[in-house]
Design a protein around this ligand. Sequence first.
Ligand code: PBG
Length: 328
Amino acid sequence: MSQFPQLRMRRKRRADWSRNLVRETALTAHDLVLTTVITDSVDREGPVGSLPGVSRLGLDALVAQAKEAAALGIPALALFPHIDPARKNATASEALNPDGLVPEAIRRLKRDVPEIGVIVDVALDPFTDHGHDGLMRGEVIDNDSTLDMLSQGAVILAEAGADMVAPSDMMDGRVGVIRDALDDAGLTETMILSYAAKFASAFYGPYRDAIGTASALKGDKRTYQMDPGNTDEALHEVAMDIEEGADMVMVKPGLPYLDICHRIKAEFEVPTLAFQVSGEYAMIQLASQNGWGDSERLLLETLTAFKRAGCDAVLSYGAIRAARLLAG
Ligand code: PBG
């Protein structure tokens, strides 16, 4: 390899054309999944205070946003529901309502915007009055009774037309029981995107505010979500989820965990997604509102970083904005 002064790395950086020529990683709209927040109450539609630029949507607005996303080349969207507190209880019974907000939203999307993929979370937290992702037995989150709810819930969502169900609860064994339940119901084409390496993170704050679980949540999620210090354990989780039938795996949060994304992709060579979660997105928006950063550049730079780390796609609240920027 030649050395300075014969070699000058800056030669290639001088012009747009040569920078474009040697760029190793390029972000496209096809790499993005739009995260959306929906509500069943007209009173709650509108901007989410802690997520500048994000609104809770009624179903008409959801359809309009999905159409825009599809037109920009965004392949899929993920739904997150704000459920009327009056419908929440300790058994999360609303999660099994086939006429609930989420199944209704899926049916509307499949009817009106069939070209966009619909991904839905499978977890109980939007439906429990205690804000946890599982059923509680005394003070503990009960793994095995939760599995039963999750598999029944996944079948209801798939029957409504969801293309991909995304267990985000971190109970042990959920991917396997969901796959079995889907197959038993003849839903063999429904995919599973496993939130395989999901960490007990402080970056979920704005989301819990958006879907109205922040004030309800008692305690924290450290008995089921992963410890932020662990990486071998993340690979172990992914290996198990692939074995149980996950079609794709996800890392969450995103940017603070790019090393995890990189290791997973290198080790397993399976479709690997990351979630640029609410707290990450809020930081970008707040920096820019304060004049401390350009939100457009921060968004594109962070999304590109996911691709560079090996992710195939990124879930982001900024997917539409990013896709518009990419389209020029
Ligand atoms: C819970 C769930 C969470 C998110 C998606 N699904 C938060 C949590 O575990 O408390 C976070 C999304 C975000 O912060 O944008 N099943």
